[in-house]
Design a protein around this ligand. Sequence first.
Ligand code: ADP
Ligand code: FBP
Length: 390
Amino acid sequence: MTNLVEFGTPAAMPPSERRLLLVFDGGNAPGYASVAVALTEEASRRGYEVWAATEGFRSLTPDATNEPRFERLIVSRRERYALLAKGIPARSMGRRVLDAGSDFRSERYLGFHDAQNRRAAAETLRTQGFSHLVGVGGNGTFEGLRALLGEISPRVPTGFVNVSIDNDLAGDRAIGFLSGVEAGATIARGLYEDAYTHKRIYLLEMMGNRSGRHALHCGVAARAHLIVLPFFQFPEAVLRETAAALSQADYALVVVAEGYERERRAREMPGASASEFLRRQLEAAGLVDSAQKRVIAEPFSRYLRGVRPAFLEISAAYVKASLLFDAFEEGRTEIMPFVLASNDVGVRPFHLIAREDRVERAFLPLLARLQIPGFSTWIRDNFTSEKTSL
Ligand SMILES: Nc1ncnc2c1ncn2[C@@H]1O[C@H](COP(=O)(O)OP(=O)(O)O)[C@@H](O)[C@H]1O
Ligand SMILES: O=P(O)(O)OC[C@H]1O[C@](O)(COP(=O)(O)O)[C@@H](O)[C@@H]1O
């Protein structure tokens, strides 16, 4: 097939003081598309020329694999036709507000940890004439954006929108977290019913490599009997007591976060999922899988990735976009809009944003619904300090 169209780049457009680049990166989360729509609409309203990198940070570097590397985002179909007629790749975004997944991503790009690639990215920003930059993703994307800023001189007004299932940045509720919990808890609750029906013990692995929030809220909401957070390392006595309590239970659902004993697993049982590792630990401590009473480890699943975002996430996406561009208008830069509740919103400067893997202290007594006094004491003695909870 012949290549009918040679796509125009941002640099081919007349210069603009409001040329905004959106870079989406990191783990897929419900609401990515909603954020793309909200940012496009709110920015267009304020006179920005909006572009998106088609495969995240990678598009800005010589490692880009997708052409065109940048697409113009607009809201109306007519504008799209006009741009296409000029050879400018354009997408109209309005109708994508409920979509699952993202149009502007590929596999994660580890090359961005290399300063040389980030320098090339800074140069691309300059040569393409981008005057404003907004990153969209989770904690890793935020780190990538900060590292990129270190290579840009002079810096351009920059923002970040937190979209993540893990919800691991302090002082914000990430877009995607609520929908992720909704989908995750639905799966967990389904397995709970199955455990009840067949009198089984399920060990269900849920998302959360370092952050325990997704597993925690899914587990509590699904009435899991036990929740194992990613930063737990059980003492033998607690494992034995837990194995004994599960052996006596009629049925049980145990939720275990994906990152549980990650390093130890890699050393001692390479390839084993967190749930399988916990199953073997409990087996060694006396919890026996038998034909009458099955003990089943469910491996890490990504089923909740394809779900559409909850409408509350979409309204949060719009508020975040609006807050961000208002802040740009006020001359502020290197900021993240936050939404904790309807009236608890604002923007935070990058230097005050920190990764948050701890869980809220008030939820700690809800980790075990079985009578496991040793477990509860261990939690109280080890995880209720300022260092490990908030
Ligand atoms: N410290 C870092 N330096 C440079 N780039 C980074 C850094 N951390 C993450 N990135 C970039 O951000 C991308 C997204 O990070 P990741 O941890 O996968 O996602 P999330 O945003 O979901 O937490 C990575 O693929 C990489 O390109
Ligand atoms: O499915 P992948 O791409 O391997 O990613 C797995 C990671 O994505 C997540 O599910 C979600 O991560 P984010 O919330 O940071 O986007 C993590 O819990 C998990 O470690």
